[in-house]
Design a protein around this ligand. Sequence first.
Ligand code: NDP
Length: 312
Amino acid sequence: MLTLDESRVQDLLRLDALIPAMRQALIDFSAGRVRQPVRSILPVPEAGALFGVMPAVYGDVLGAKLVTVYPDNARHGLPSHLATIQLFRAATGEPLATMDGRLITELRTAAVSAVAADLLAAPAARVLAVLGSGVQARAHIRALRLVRPFDEVRIWSRTPRRAADLAAEIGGQVTSAADAVRGADVVVTVTGAPEPVLRGAWLGDGTVVLAVGAVGPTRRELDDDAMRGAVIVDSRAAAAQEAGDILIPGVAVYAELGELLAGTHPLPQTPPIVFKSLGLAVEDLAAARLVYEAARGSISERRIDDRFPGTG
Ligand code: NDP
Protein backbone atom coordinates (compact mmCIF):
# COMPACT_ATOMS: atom_id res chain seq x y z
CA MET A 1 0.00 0.00 0.00
CA LEU A 2 1.27 3.43 -0.94
CA THR A 3 1.45 6.28 1.55
CA LEU A 4 1.55 9.67 -0.15
CA ASP A 5 2.03 12.92 1.72
CA GLU A 6 1.00 16.31 0.36
CA SER A 7 4.28 17.02 -1.41
CA ARG A 8 4.10 13.66 -3.20
CA VAL A 9 0.46 14.31 -4.17
CA GLN A 10 1.54 17.71 -5.49
CA ASP A 11 4.20 16.07 -7.68
CA LEU A 12 1.66 13.64 -9.13
CA LEU A 13 -1.54 15.66 -9.57
CA ARG A 14 -1.95 17.95 -12.60
CA LEU A 15 -4.80 20.46 -12.68
CA ASP A 16 -5.17 20.10 -16.46
CA ALA A 17 -5.67 16.34 -16.04
CA LEU A 18 -8.03 16.82 -13.13
CA ILE A 19 -10.54 18.93 -15.08
CA PRO A 20 -11.57 16.16 -17.56
CA ALA A 21 -11.52 13.60 -14.72
CA MET A 22 -13.98 15.74 -12.74
CA ARG A 23 -16.15 16.15 -15.83
CA GLN A 24 -16.37 12.37 -16.23
CA ALA A 25 -16.96 11.80 -12.50
CA LEU A 26 -19.89 14.26 -12.52
CA ILE A 27 -21.40 12.58 -15.59
CA ASP A 28 -21.03 9.13 -13.99
CA PHE A 29 -22.48 10.40 -10.71
CA SER A 30 -25.60 11.85 -12.34
CA ALA A 31 -26.03 8.74 -14.51
CA GLY A 32 -26.23 6.59 -11.36
CA ARG A 33 -22.89 4.86 -11.90
CA VAL A 34 -21.54 5.86 -8.46
CA ARG A 35 -22.65 4.50 -5.08
CA GLN A 36 -22.38 7.34 -2.64
CA PRO A 37 -24.46 8.46 0.36
CA VAL A 38 -24.65 12.11 1.31
CA ARG A 39 -21.64 12.63 3.59
CA SER A 40 -21.88 12.39 7.37
CA ILE A 41 -20.87 15.59 9.12
CA LEU A 42 -20.08 15.45 12.83
CA PRO A 43 -19.84 18.79 14.65
CA VAL A 44 -16.83 19.43 16.89
CA PRO A 45 -18.37 22.32 18.86
CA GLU A 46 -15.47 22.64 21.32
CA ALA A 47 -13.35 23.83 18.39
CA GLY A 48 -16.10 25.44 16.29
CA ALA A 49 -15.24 22.77 13.72
CA LEU A 50 -16.65 19.95 11.58
CA PHE A 51 -15.53 16.40 10.76
CA GLY A 52 -16.84 14.97 7.46
CA VAL A 53 -16.84 11.31 6.36
CA MET A 54 -17.24 10.91 2.60
CA PRO A 55 -17.34 7.34 1.19
CA ALA A 56 -18.04 6.21 -2.39
CA VAL A 57 -17.73 3.22 -4.73
CA TYR A 58 -16.70 4.26 -8.25
CA GLY A 59 -15.70 1.81 -10.98
CA ASP A 60 -12.60 -0.12 -9.98
CA VAL A 61 -12.00 1.79 -6.74
CA LEU A 62 -13.75 2.52 -3.51
CA GLY A 63 -12.72 4.63 -0.60
CA ALA A 64 -13.44 7.59 1.61
CA LYS A 65 -12.21 11.06 2.35
CA LEU A 66 -12.01 12.08 5.98
CA VAL A 67 -12.07 15.86 6.12
CA THR A 68 -11.84 18.40 8.93
CA VAL A 69 -12.99 22.01 8.68
CA TYR A 70 -11.47 24.23 11.37
CA PRO A 71 -12.30 27.81 10.25
CA ASP A 72 -9.94 29.40 12.81
CA ASN A 73 -6.90 27.29 11.95
CA ALA A 74 -5.04 30.28 10.48
CA ARG A 75 -4.09 31.29 14.02
CA HIS A 76 -2.21 27.98 14.30
CA GLY A 77 -0.60 28.53 10.89
CA LEU A 78 -2.70 25.70 9.40
CA PRO A 79 -5.19 25.55 6.50
CA SER A 80 -8.89 25.53 7.48
CA HIS A 81 -9.58 22.36 5.47
CA LEU A 82 -7.44 19.25 6.10
CA ALA A 83 -8.08 15.70 4.90
CA THR A 84 -6.87 12.20 4.16
CA ILE A 85 -8.15 9.82 1.49
CA GLN A 86 -8.18 6.02 1.73
CA LEU A 87 -8.26 4.22 -1.63
CA PHE A 88 -9.14 0.50 -2.07
CA ARG A 89 -9.37 -1.87 -5.06
CA ALA A 90 -13.10 -2.48 -5.62
CA ALA A 91 -12.62 -6.03 -6.97
CA THR A 92 -10.88 -7.37 -3.86
CA GLY A 93 -11.15 -4.74 -1.15
CA GLU A 94 -7.34 -4.43 -0.97
CA PRO A 95 -6.12 -1.13 0.40
CA LEU A 96 -4.19 0.63 -2.40
CA ALA A 97 -3.15 3.93 -0.86
CA THR A 98 -3.58 6.35 1.94
CA MET A 99 -2.90 9.87 0.79
CA ASP A 100 -3.10 13.43 1.97
CA GLY A 101 -6.39 14.98 0.87
CA ARG A 102 -5.80 18.67 1.52
CA LEU A 103 -4.45 19.52 -1.91
CA ILE A 104 -6.94 17.19 -3.58
CA THR A 105 -9.79 19.05 -1.85
CA GLU A 106 -8.33 22.36 -2.98
CA LEU A 107 -7.80 21.39 -6.61
CA ARG A 108 -10.77 19.11 -7.27
CA THR A 109 -13.16 21.83 -6.08
CA ALA A 110 -11.62 24.38 -8.44
CA ALA A 111 -11.52 21.82 -11.26
CA VAL A 112 -15.25 21.14 -10.84
CA SER A 113 -15.94 24.88 -11.03
CA ALA A 114 -13.82 25.02 -14.19
CA VAL A 115 -15.97 22.26 -15.69
CA ALA A 116 -19.11 24.27 -14.82
CA ALA A 117 -17.69 27.52 -16.23
CA ASP A 118 -16.54 25.79 -19.39
CA LEU A 119 -20.09 24.54 -19.99
CA LEU A 120 -22.09 27.55 -18.82
CA ALA A 121 -20.05 30.73 -19.33
CA ALA A 122 -19.78 32.67 -22.58
CA PRO A 123 -16.79 31.48 -24.65
CA ALA A 124 -15.37 35.01 -24.65
CA ALA A 125 -15.83 35.57 -20.90
CA ARG A 126 -13.09 38.00 -19.86
CA VAL A 127 -14.04 39.47 -16.45
CA LEU A 128 -13.80 37.25 -13.37
CA ALA A 129 -15.01 38.40 -9.93
CA VAL A 130 -13.79 36.52 -6.87
CA LEU A 131 -15.41 37.05 -3.46
CA GLY A 132 -12.94 35.59 -0.95
CA SER A 133 -9.15 35.39 -0.86
CA GLY A 134 -8.26 32.05 0.72
CA VAL A 135 -7.14 28.66 -0.58
CA GLN A 136 -10.16 28.22 -2.86
CA ALA A 137 -9.90 31.74 -4.28
CA ARG A 138 -6.33 31.06 -5.46
CA ALA A 139 -7.15 27.61 -6.85
CA HIS A 140 -10.21 28.93 -8.67
CA ILE A 141 -8.31 31.71 -10.40
CA ARG A 142 -5.76 29.14 -11.61
CA ALA A 143 -8.36 26.62 -12.78
CA LEU A 144 -10.75 29.11 -14.39
CA ARG A 145 -7.92 30.68 -16.37
CA LEU A 146 -7.43 27.25 -17.98
CA VAL A 147 -10.94 27.33 -19.49
CA ARG A 148 -11.62 31.02 -20.26
CA PRO A 149 -9.37 33.92 -21.39
CA PHE A 150 -9.93 36.18 -18.36
CA ASP A 151 -7.99 39.41 -18.71
CA GLU A 152 -9.52 41.14 -15.68
CA VAL A 153 -9.77 39.56 -12.22
CA ARG A 154 -11.56 41.59 -9.54
CA ILE A 155 -11.19 40.61 -5.92
CA TRP A 156 -13.15 41.41 -2.80
CA SER A 157 -12.48 39.89 0.60
CA ARG A 158 -13.64 40.61 4.16
CA THR A 159 -10.07 41.46 5.22
CA PRO A 160 -8.80 44.11 2.77
CA ARG A 161 -5.12 43.20 3.29
CA ARG A 162 -5.78 39.62 2.19
CA ALA A 163 -7.61 40.85 -0.90
CA ALA A 164 -4.63 43.11 -1.69
CA ASP A 165 -2.14 40.25 -1.21
CA LEU A 166 -4.08 38.01 -3.57
CA ALA A 167 -4.53 40.78 -6.15
CA ALA A 168 -0.77 41.45 -6.14
CA GLU A 169 -0.04 37.74 -6.46
CA ILE A 170 -2.27 37.09 -9.47
CA GLY A 171 -2.34 40.49 -11.20
CA GLY A 172 -5.91 41.42 -10.17
CA GLN A 173 -7.64 44.49 -8.73
CA VAL A 174 -9.22 45.00 -5.31
CA THR A 175 -12.75 46.45 -5.33
CA SER A 176 -15.93 46.41 -3.29
CA ALA A 177 -18.04 43.27 -3.67
CA ALA A 178 -20.65 45.19 -5.67
CA ASP A 179 -18.07 46.68 -8.05
CA ALA A 180 -16.39 43.31 -8.50
CA VAL A 181 -19.65 41.63 -9.49
CA ARG A 182 -21.29 44.32 -11.67
CA GLY A 183 -20.50 43.52 -15.31
CA ALA A 184 -18.48 40.39 -14.50
CA ASP A 185 -18.90 37.36 -16.78
CA VAL A 186 -18.15 34.83 -14.05
CA VAL A 187 -18.50 35.35 -10.28
CA VAL A 188 -17.01 32.93 -7.75
CA THR A 189 -18.06 32.98 -4.10
CA VAL A 190 -15.43 31.22 -1.99
CA THR A 191 -15.91 32.59 1.51
CA GLY A 192 -16.65 31.09 4.90
CA ALA A 193 -19.50 33.59 5.31
CA PRO A 194 -22.73 32.26 6.85
CA GLU A 195 -24.77 35.23 5.52
CA PRO A 196 -25.02 36.56 1.94
CA VAL A 197 -21.98 38.32 0.49
CA LEU A 198 -23.45 38.34 -3.04
CA ARG A 199 -26.60 40.34 -3.89
CA GLY A 200 -28.74 39.40 -6.86
CA ALA A 201 -29.22 43.10 -7.67
CA TRP A 202 -25.56 43.24 -8.78
CA LEU A 203 -25.89 40.38 -11.29
CA GLY A 204 -26.35 40.90 -14.99
CA ASP A 205 -28.26 38.49 -17.22
CA GLY A 206 -25.21 36.91 -18.78
CA THR A 207 -23.37 36.27 -15.50
CA VAL A 208 -22.59 32.76 -14.32
CA VAL A 209 -22.16 32.36 -10.55
CA LEU A 210 -20.05 29.58 -9.07
CA ALA A 211 -21.25 29.36 -5.44
CA VAL A 212 -18.64 27.28 -3.63
CA GLY A 213 -18.60 28.31 0.06
CA ALA A 214 -21.54 27.91 2.48
CA VAL A 215 -21.84 24.19 3.11
CA GLY A 216 -24.73 23.50 5.53
CA PRO A 217 -28.50 24.03 5.58
CA THR A 218 -28.39 27.28 7.58
CA ARG A 219 -25.48 28.97 5.76
CA ARG A 220 -25.55 30.87 2.51
CA GLU A 221 -23.42 33.27 0.47
CA LEU A 222 -26.13 34.39 -2.01
CA ASP A 223 -29.29 36.36 -1.20
CA ASP A 224 -32.78 35.34 -2.37
CA ASP A 225 -32.60 37.58 -5.43
CA ALA A 226 -29.37 35.96 -6.64
CA MET A 227 -31.25 32.63 -6.70
CA ARG A 228 -34.02 33.85 -9.06
CA GLY A 229 -32.67 32.12 -12.16
CA ALA A 230 -31.64 28.54 -13.01
CA VAL A 231 -29.90 26.70 -10.17
CA ILE A 232 -27.54 23.85 -11.04
CA VAL A 233 -26.12 21.53 -8.36
CA ASP A 234 -23.47 18.83 -8.17
CA SER A 235 -25.89 16.49 -6.33
CA ARG A 236 -29.63 16.92 -5.78
CA ALA A 237 -29.49 14.64 -2.72
CA ALA A 238 -26.67 16.64 -1.13
CA ALA A 239 -28.33 19.96 -1.99
CA ALA A 240 -31.51 18.84 -0.23
CA GLN A 241 -29.52 18.44 2.99
CA GLU A 242 -26.58 20.83 2.80
CA ALA A 243 -27.31 23.82 0.53
CA GLY A 244 -28.61 26.74 2.58
CA ASP A 245 -28.32 28.84 -0.59
CA ILE A 246 -31.16 26.71 -2.00
CA LEU A 247 -33.00 25.65 1.18
CA ILE A 248 -33.34 29.12 2.78
CA PRO A 249 -35.03 30.84 -0.20
CA GLY A 250 -36.81 27.55 -1.04
CA VAL A 251 -35.93 27.59 -4.75
CA ALA A 252 -36.10 24.59 -7.09
CA VAL A 253 -33.06 22.85 -8.56
CA TYR A 254 -32.99 22.99 -12.37
CA ALA A 255 -30.52 20.12 -12.95
CA GLU A 256 -27.36 18.40 -11.81
CA LEU A 257 -24.21 19.51 -13.59
CA GLY A 258 -23.59 15.91 -14.68
CA GLU A 259 -26.97 15.85 -16.46
CA LEU A 260 -26.10 19.00 -18.41
CA LEU A 261 -22.65 17.63 -19.26
CA ALA A 262 -24.13 14.36 -20.51
CA GLY A 263 -26.74 16.25 -22.56
CA THR A 264 -29.62 14.43 -20.84
CA HIS A 265 -31.01 17.79 -19.69
CA PRO A 266 -31.05 20.96 -21.86
CA LEU A 267 -28.80 23.87 -20.93
CA PRO A 268 -30.55 26.42 -18.66
CA GLN A 269 -31.95 29.60 -20.21
CA THR A 270 -33.13 31.57 -17.13
CA PRO A 271 -30.53 34.05 -15.85
CA PRO A 272 -28.65 34.42 -13.64
CA ILE A 273 -27.27 30.89 -13.79
CA VAL A 274 -25.94 29.66 -10.45
CA PHE A 275 -23.88 26.51 -9.97
CA LYS A 276 -24.08 25.55 -6.29
CA SER A 277 -21.10 23.34 -5.47
CA LEU A 278 -21.05 21.27 -2.28
CA GLY A 279 -18.24 18.83 -3.05
CA LEU A 280 -18.72 15.09 -3.62
CA ALA A 281 -16.84 12.00 -2.46
CA VAL A 282 -16.66 10.77 -6.06
CA GLU A 283 -14.61 13.85 -6.96
CA ASP A 284 -12.09 12.97 -4.24
CA LEU A 285 -12.01 9.33 -5.28
CA ALA A 286 -11.50 10.15 -8.97
CA ALA A 287 -8.70 12.56 -8.06
CA ALA A 288 -7.09 10.03 -5.69
CA ARG A 289 -7.28 7.43 -8.47
CA LEU A 290 -5.38 9.75 -10.81
CA VAL A 291 -2.72 10.29 -8.14
CA TYR A 292 -2.47 6.55 -7.44
CA GLU A 293 -2.11 5.70 -11.11
CA ALA A 294 0.55 8.37 -11.56
CA ALA A 295 2.43 6.97 -8.56
CA ARG A 296 2.13 3.39 -9.81
CA GLY A 297 3.04 4.50 -13.32
CA SER A 298 6.37 5.64 -11.98
CA ILE A 299 6.84 2.16 -10.47
CA SER A 300 5.15 -0.10 -13.05
CA GLU A 301 2.59 0.11 -15.83
CA ARG A 302 0.04 -1.97 -13.90
CA ARG A 303 -3.49 -0.58 -13.83
CA ILE A 304 -5.87 -0.96 -10.90
CA ASP A 305 -8.18 -3.31 -12.77
CA ASP A 306 -7.91 -3.90 -16.51
CA ARG A 307 -11.58 -4.92 -16.61
CA PHE A 308 -12.70 -1.42 -15.75
CA PRO A 309 -13.56 0.43 -18.99
CA GLY A 310 -12.48 3.80 -17.59
CA THR A 311 -8.85 2.74 -17.28
CA GLY A 312 -7.66 3.38 -20.83
P1 NDP B 1 -9.92 29.61 3.66
O1 NDP B 1 -9.96 29.39 5.14
O2 NDP B 1 -8.64 29.44 2.94
O3 NDP B 1 -10.48 31.06 3.31
C1 NDP B 1 -11.68 31.50 3.89
C2 NDP B 1 -12.14 32.75 3.16
O4 NDP B 1 -13.45 33.06 3.64
C3 NDP B 1 -11.27 33.96 3.41
O5 NDP B 1 -11.16 34.66 2.19
C4 NDP B 1 -12.06 34.76 4.44
O6 NDP B 1 -11.89 36.15 4.26
C5 NDP B 1 -13.48 34.42 4.07
N1 NDP B 1 -14.41 34.51 5.21
C6 NDP B 1 -14.40 33.75 6.33
N2 NDP B 1 -15.44 34.10 7.11
C7 NDP B 1 -16.09 35.11 6.48
C8 NDP B 1 -17.22 35.89 6.78
N3 NDP B 1 -17.93 35.69 7.91
N4 NDP B 1 -17.62 36.84 5.89
C9 NDP B 1 -16.94 37.03 4.72
N5 NDP B 1 -15.84 36.32 4.39
C10 NDP B 1 -15.43 35.36 5.25
O7 NDP B 1 -11.04 28.63 3.09
P2 NDP B 1 -11.14 27.94 1.65
O8 NDP B 1 -10.73 28.93 0.63
O9 NDP B 1 -10.49 26.62 1.69
O10 NDP B 1 -12.73 27.68 1.55
C11 NDP B 1 -13.62 28.74 1.21
C12 NDP B 1 -15.06 28.23 1.32
O11 NDP B 1 -15.26 27.18 0.38
C13 NDP B 1 -15.42 27.65 2.70
O12 NDP B 1 -16.76 27.98 3.01
C14 NDP B 1 -15.32 26.17 2.45
O13 NDP B 1 -16.08 25.38 3.35
C15 NDP B 1 -15.82 26.05 1.04
N6 NDP B 1 -15.36 24.83 0.34
C16 NDP B 1 -16.24 24.24 -0.52
C17 NDP B 1 -15.89 23.12 -1.21
C18 NDP B 1 -16.82 22.53 -2.20
O14 NDP B 1 -16.54 21.46 -2.71
N7 NDP B 1 -17.90 23.19 -2.54
C19 NDP B 1 -14.59 22.48 -0.98
C20 NDP B 1 -13.70 23.20 -0.10
C21 NDP B 1 -14.10 24.34 0.53
P3 NDP B 1 -10.69 37.02 4.89
O15 NDP B 1 -9.50 36.13 4.95
O16 NDP B 1 -10.54 38.15 3.92
O17 NDP B 1 -11.17 37.47 6.24
